[in-house]
Write a protein that binds this ligand. Sequence first.
Ligand SMILES: [Zn+2]
Length: 202
Amino acid sequence: MKKTIIISLLMLAAVASPAQTCPDSNHPHAIDLGLPSGTKWACCNMGASSPEDYGSLFAFGEMEEKEIYDYRTYYLRNVRFQYETIVDRSDVAYVKWGQEWHIPSPDQFNELKDNCTSEWKVVKGVNGRVFKGKNGNSVFLPAAGKAIAINNESKNKLGNYWTNREHWESDKAFYFFFSNSSTGQFDGLKFLGLSIRPIKRK
Ligand SMILES: [Zn+2]
C-alpha cells in the first residue's frame, strides 16, 4: 500500500513538472519548446558551463572572447557577409559546437518570443528571462549585459543576444534584447560584445 502511494506521488510529480530543460549536466542540450518550425534552442549560452552561466561575449562574427571590445580590436571591420548573414564557417556556433548548431536568425528570435511566455527570473543568483513553450519546456537566457571596450555596466540587468543578420549600415547588426520589463530586436554596433544562444534547425 505504502509503495503504491509513493509510486503514485512520483507519477503525479512527473505530470506536474515535465522535463523542464536538461536531462543531465552534459550541456549543451537542444531543448524542444514546441515551436511551429521545429527549431530547438540550446539550454545554455556559448562559453557557458550551465544554463545560468553567463558564458562568453562575442563581437559580431568573431570566434573568440577578448579583453577589449571596440572598433580597433574588431577583426571584421569593413567585412560584409554574403547575403548579410552569418553562416557555416563564419558562425561561431557551427564552428565550435558542430554543424547542427547556428546563431539564430531574427525570425527565429521572433518565433521564440511569439510562441513562448517570457518571465524575468533569478536563477541561482543570476537575472534573466525564462522562455516557456506551450509544451511546458523552457530555456533560461541570462542577462549577461553588453561589453563596450572593457566595461559591462548592464551585466545582470539586460540580455543582449546576436542574431545572424547584418544591418544595411555596414557597421551594425541585429540583436535580441530583453530587460526585466520588455523584449525586442534592435541594431547595434558590431564590435560590441554580446551573448550567443545557438539553435538547431529541424
Ligand atoms: Zn543542458
